[in-house]
Design a protein around this ligand. Structure first.
Ligand code: IPM
Ligand code: MG
Length: 364
């Protein structure tokens, strides 16, 4: 089959980790007879430097013409001025909104060979395997009013946690659909004891649940959830939550896996169901890591696993996705580690070598 992919490497280590994914995609293409047409564009700081904006209209158009987008990372100290008119992150926000990527999937899986490389006790994190579904185009990030103004009593600012029942319903469906393919347990995270938008969220969640009688739905307050995530992370299968809650909880959850360099993500424009090919943007959870840039250090695993998610959700290539995931596991089982997951018993490799080792394991 033929697929086109918009490649947006972005800033910092982005170009390095995306380059390793290109090797993986080429190997999958060759091994399984698919054609991946790669189109290249800029996003973030590099786009600001060249065009004055973090995402040009042409790049956005190119993304819309493709079946999926692969993004590296955006941002860096060079563009960090709080008074700057344009920010690298604006490009990402615009992409999410313009491409209607409402469903952000962030799987957190602890690989058995890495249980000792986290800051948490091995017995707590062994067996962790969850997916956080974060609503990505509404809530506190995008709700209006959103502004700052001057009053006679001083400056004021407002952000709004606004949700329509349609927005809540479609993200809940993502949670339920994923839970159906997993352990059938969905935790819907809110702050219904305080927030009106959360009370609507909870009500809609309960209504949607009637369409999925096989799935056990539990409502959990976001503060309790933050606690439970580090106290007993194996408790969770699928979580679904509002944009900002999801942002915070996924940084917390990512630490269970030891390194952000291990965690992929998908942002989809449709509810993923068996047989549905959703348009999506795929990116590692980690940022641009400017201090590591250009040193062949960054862990390419998160981006390569993001490619596996692309094969699964946007191209419907489940078998190929699993082969990429197994290729990653084999490289780790063979004892190869990038700096972020290094331990005494392992062999340290760079971005390039890790990419090559994984690519070598991809065979039809
Ligand atoms: C994330 C990031 C972004 C967000 C930033 C870079 C704007 O933290 O994807 O989690 O807040 O959504
Ligand atoms: Mg975040």
């Amino acid at each position: 089959m033929k697929f086109s992919i918009a490649m947006l490497p972005g800033d910092g280590v982005g170009p390095e980790v995306v380059a390793e994914s290109v090797k993986v995609l080429e190997a999958v293409g060759k091994g399984f007879g698919h054609e991946f047409r790669l189109l290249h564009g800029q996003i973030g700081g590099v786009a600001i430097d060249q065009h004055g904006v973090a995402l040009t209209k042409d790049t956005l158009k190119m993304c819309k013409r493709c079946h999926a987008v692969l993004l590296g990372a955006v941002g860096g100290p060079k563009w960090d001025d709080p008074l700057a008119k344009v920010r690298p992150e604006d490009g990402l926000m615009a992409l999410r909104k313009e491409l209607r990527l409402f469903a952000n999937l962030r799987p957190v899986k602890v690989f058995p060979m890495l249980v000792d490389s986290t800051t948490l006790k091995p017995e707590i994190i062994r067996g962790v395997d969850m997916v956080v579904v974060r609503e990505l185009t509404g809530g506190l990030y995008f709700g209006k009013p959103k502004k700052r103004w001057q009053t006679t009593k001083g400056r004021r600012a407002v952000d709004s946690m606004l949700y329509s029942e349609k927005e809540i319903e479609r993200i809940l469906r993502v949670g339920f659909e994923l839970a159906m393919g997993r352990r059938r347990k969905l935790v819907s995270v809110d702050k219904a004891n305080v927030l009106e938008s959360s009370r609507l969220w909870r009500q809609v969640a309960t209504e949607v649940a009637t369409d999925y009688p096989e799935v056990e739905l539990e409502h959990m307050l976001v503060d309790a959830c933050a606690m439970r995530l580090i106290q007993r992370p194996t408790y969770f299968d699928v979580l679904v939550t509002e944009n900002m809650f999801g942002d915070i909880l996924t940084d917390e959850a990512s630490m269970l896996a030891g390194s952000m360099g291990m965690l992929p993500s998908a942002s989809l424009a449709a509810v993923p169901k068996p047989g549905v090919r959703a348009f999506g943007l795929y990116e590692p959870i980690h940022g641009s890591a400017p201090k590591r840039a250009g040193q062949n250090m960054a862990n390419p695993v998160a981006t390569i696993l993001s490619c596996a998610m692309m094969l699964r959700y946007s191209f419907g290539l489940e078998k190929e996705a699993q082969i990429v995931e197994k290729a990653v596991v084999s490289a780790l089982e063979a004892g190869y580690r990038t700096y972020d997951i290094m331990d005494e018993a392992s062999v340290r490799v760079g971005t390039n070598e890790m990419g090559d080792l994984i690519t070598k394991n991809i065979r039809a």
